[in-house]
Design a protein around this ligand. Sequence first.
Ligand SMILES: Nc1ncnc2c1ncn2[C@@H]1O[C@H](COP(=O)(O)OP(=O)(O)OP(=O)(O)O)[C@@H](O)[C@H]1O
Length: 201
Amino acid sequence: MTARDRLSVRDLRCAVAAWPRLGVPAGGCAALAGPSGSGKSRLLRAIADLDPNEGEVHLDGSPRQTFTGHEWRRRVIYLAADCAWWAETVGEHLATLETDTLAALGFDADVAQWSVRRLSTGERSRLGLARAVALQPQVLLLDEPTANLDRATTEAVERVIQTQRRRGVAMVWVTHDPDQVRRLDAQRFTIHHGTAEEGSP
Ligand SMILES: Nc1ncnc2c1ncn2[C@@H]1O[C@H](COP(=O)(O)OP(=O)(O)OP(=O)(O)O)[C@@H](O)[C@H]1O
């Protein structure tokens, strides 16, 4: 851990994988790759403390155990590839109506009235990001947020992420796309034999 790291991880272990060392400064981005089933999602979930795990995780130098679970997961948000929607309308899931973010993702403010049942896979994905951003997290753990999106929409999502980075949000991003990693100028990690190591696949 260095003093400038917003998120730092040391010797993190979950049931299927480990991440010995990760440090992401405010506005930084780490990209995680690895074969299907190697534990990428599980490691992100472990950082968010959603599954049993061991190890040290710090936010701006404060150990995870000094936060309540609720407080931690509001600051360190895990965005699943297909996140769950529980209420009837989109607006009920948005802590604040950030019209700039919605517009950047291609939605008018009236999206708040939309029923979640009408959402396409790509709309669910983009609105999942809007929902996470509306909570003003310090860390976003993004599980293939552009996997179902066309090129123009992927670029829109990347622009929103870059805006969040300029605001100081630290990102950990699961992606299989080396071009995306280059565009994001991210630190690269790859899971080999159950361990996330620095470097490309
Ligand atoms: N709740 C669970 N209980 C037990 N095993 C699980 C659970 N969730 C996932 N696994 C297993 O853990 C392993 C890693 O899963 P994970 O979802 O992290 O893979 P991944 O690297 O994200 O894969 P993909 O790229 O296919 O999404 C898989 O073998 C999966 O079947």
